[in-house]
Design a protein around this ligand. Structure first.
Ligand code: F6P
Length: 338
C-alpha cells in the first residue's frame, strides 16, 4: 500500500445515473477510513476547471445511498475536451494538492479521464485518475455492467406496465421511446421484460416491414388486440414510428416518450451494491499506486483495468437477446417468425 495518497478528489460527470451517490459515499467512506482526505469536485469536469469543490467527510455522505441524482451535481463540459481547459483542471489539482481523482460517469466522462491522464503524464505530475462506470445506457465496453442501468430498466418497466393496462383496455398500440442515443441495451432488456411486440435499437438497422409491421401482424394473428412497440431514441423517434404504423396498417398508436424520468429515482439493490463495491475498489486502486485505471465488472466480479487498454476495448452487442425476444413474444401456434 502506498502512503503517498493523502488527498483525493471525487466527481460525477455526464448524464446522471441512480447509484452515483452510493458510489460517492463509498469513495468518501473508504478514503476517510484510510486517513485520506476527500474533496468533492462539483459539476464534473467543469468544476475541476473552475475550482468548484466541497470538502467531504463521513457525515457529508450520510443518508445518500438511497437517493437518485448526484449530490455533487453533474455537467457535460465542452471546455474539458480542449487542452487548455484540461490545463486549468490540472492547475486546480495542483492547487488543492490532489494525489488522485475518482471520476464517476459514462463514455464522455471516461474520454475526459483518458485525455486528462495523458496530459498529466506529459507534465510528469504524480496524479492518478480512476474511472467508475455509471450510466443508464450500460454502454461501456470494458465493463459488463454500469451503475444505474438496473434502476433505469425497472423505472421503464414500471411505466410500460402501466401503459399496458390502458392499451389493453382500449385495444390500442403503444409506441414507447426509451433513452439510448447510441446504445440499445435499455430498450432490449426492457423489451424482453415487458414482452414487447417489437423493439427497435440503434445497433440494428431498422427494417420497418419486418421488425414492426410483421410483428404486430403476428401478434394480431395470435389473438392479441394491443401491441407494445419499444424504440430506443437512437433507433427511431416514437412519433415517426407511430406515424408509419398508422400509414401502413391503419391502427392509430399512442406515443409515450419516457425521457429523463428514466434517469431519476432511488437506486435498486443492484445499483447500490455495485456502486458501493466499485467506490471501495477505486480507493484501493489509488492506494496501491497502480496509476490510471478503470474499475469494471467482469462476470460479476469487480476488477480494475489499465485505462488505456480498457477504453480501447470494444464489446459486441448482445444480439442473442433479440432472438429471445422474438422467440418469446412473437411466436404463435403457426410457428416462430423467420
Ligand atoms: O446519460 C445517458 C443518456 O441518458 C442517454 O441515454 C441520452 O441519450 C442522453 O443521456 C440524454 O442526455 P441529456 O440529459 O443531456 O439530454
Amino acid at each position: 500500500m502506498s502512503d503517498q495518497v493523502k488527498r483525493i478528489g471525487v466527481l460525477t460527470s455526464g448524464g446522471d445515473a441512480p447509484g452515483m451517490n452510493a458510489a460517492v459515499r463509498a469513495v468518501v467512506r473508504t478514503a476517510v477510513g484510510h486517513g485520506i482526505e476527500c474533496i468533492g469536485i462539483r459539476r464534473g469536469w467543469s468544476g475541476l476547471i473552475s475550482n468548484d469543490f466541497v470538502r467531504l467527510n463521513s457525515s457529508s455522505v450520510s443518508h445518500i445511498i438511497n437517493k437518485g441524482g448526484t449530490i455533487l451535481y453533474t455537467a457535460r463540459s465542452e471546455e474539458f475536451m480542449d487542452r487548455k481547459g484540461r490545463e486549468k483542471a490540472i492547475g486546480t489539482c495542483k492547487l488543492l494538492g490532489l494525489d488522485g481523482i475518482v471520476a464517476i460517469g459514462g463514455d464522455g466522462t471516461f474520454r475526459g479521464a483518458l485525455a486528462l491522464s495523458r496530459q498529466i503524464a506529459e507534465g510528469g505530475q504524480n496524479l492518478s485518475v480512476v474511472g467508475i462506470p455509471a450510466t443508464i445506457d450500460n454502454d461501456i465496453s470494458c465493463s459488463h455492467y454500469t451503475i444505474g442501468f438496473d434502476t433505469a430498466c425497472n423505472t421503464a418497466i414500471e411505466c410500460i406496465d402501466k401503459l399496458r393496462d390502458t392499451m389493453q383496455s382500449h385495444e390500442r398500440c403503444s409506441v414507447v421511446e426509451v433513452m439510448g442515443r447510441h446504445a440499445g441495451y435499455l430498450a432490449l432488456y426492457v423489451g424482453i421484460a415487458v414482452g414487447a411486440t417489437a423493439v427497435l435499437i440503434p445497433e440494428r438497422e431498422l427494417d420497418f416491414e419486418n421488425d414492426v409491421v410483421e410483428n404486430i401482424r403476428r401478434a394480431r394473428l395470435a389473438g392479441s388486440t394491443h401491441y407494445m412497440v419499444v424504440t430506443a431514441e437512437g433507433a427511431a423517434s416514437a412519433y415517426e414510428i407511430a406515424k408509419r404504423i398508422k400509414e401502413e396498417i391503419g391502427i392509430d398508436p399512442r406515443v409515450t416518450v419516457l425521457g429523463h424520468i428514466q434517469r431519476g429515482g432511488s437506486p435498486s439493490a443492484r445499483d447500490r451494491e455495485t456502486a458501493s463495491r466499485m467506490g471501495y475498489e477505486a480507493v484501493q486502486v489509488l492506494m496501491t499506486g497502480k496509476g490510471n485505471r478503470i474499475v469494471a465488472t467482469r462476470d460479476g466480479r469487480i476488477v480494475d483495468l489499465d485505462m488505456e487498454e480498457a477504453l480501447a476495448m470494444t464489446k459486441a452487442f448482445e444480439m442473442d437477446r433479440y432472438d429471445v425476444l422474438e422467440a418469446l413474444t412473437n411466436n404463435d401456434s403457426f410457428g416462430y417468425k423467420r
